[in-house]
Design a protein around this ligand. Structure first.
Ligand code: G3P
Length: 216
């Protein structure tokens, strides 16, 4: 499973890139708003640092606005993916942009039917929101499993980005579900390599090592 970072924060991306763990980056308008810098600057900085796909979301709501913005955003770097919401206009724009060879990520996917629509419209990626479904008492990971089964059954090339990931368990379950990608908040990812028993174990090894006679 590929790891994308769900962040616009350069420090988080730089830190985790050093471990070779960043296969791509996703952003959304809320993530961009936290950075207090112009959208284009943020996306271009990320796209220079990360060779993998970098999703940048349109904010227009009509088909025409989304297509215009999508074409413009796609020129910012060679590894840009245009992110579009799952609305009728978003699907139409996805279809048009994909016909033009522009990569797309259809976001705010909350049902298998929506995901199937996006795949049929030519989406490169679809982003089911696991955490937000869990928030309303619906099993978000079931959506990832269902979408994986559907895409596999019909040999779609569309890849699933398990999004709205909130916990280590979400990451593990996304991997078990066969999600192609999980997009993980930059603040959550470091907790994936941490375990209290690792820290306790290392402390004990180092303590015991202190009693080993040193070669003269
Ligand atoms: O990738 C989508 C993600 O940014 C949404 O996460 O935690 O706001 O539901 P969240």
């Amino acid at each position: 499973m590929k790891f994308f970072l769900d962040t616009g924060n350069m420090e988080e991306i730089t830190r985790i890139s050093r471990l070779g763990l960043v296969d791509g980056v996703t952003t959304n308008p809320s993530i961009i708003a936290k950075e207090k810098r112009p959208f284009k600057d943020i996306i271009q900085d990320i796209a220079r640092l990360v060779p993998g796909p970098v999703s940048a979301e349109v904010i227009g709501t009509t088909t025409e606005e989304m297509i215009k913005e999508g074409r413009e955003i796609a020129t910012w770097a060679p590894n840009i993916v245009v992110k579009l919401p799952l609305t009728e206009s978003g699907l139409e724009a996805t279809y048009q942009l994909s016909q033009e060879g522009i990569k797309t990520n259809v976001t705010l996917v909350f049902s298998a039917a929506q995901g199937l629509m996006a795949a049929k419209a030519g989406a490169t990626y679809i982003s089911p929101f696991v955490g937000r479904l869990d928030d309303i008492g619906v099993d978000g990971m079931k959506l990832v499993r269902d979408l994986k089964a559907i895409l596999s059954e019909y040999n779609f090339s569309t890849e699933i980005i398990a999004a709205s990931i909130r916990s280590i368990e979400h990451v593990e379950q996304a991997a078990l579900a066969g999600s192609h990608i999980a997009t993980i908040p930059g603040s959550l990812l470091p907790s994936l390599w941490k375990h209290p028993l690792t820290d306790i174990g290392l402390e004990r090894f180092l303590k015991d090592w202190a009693s080993v006679p040193q070669t003269k």
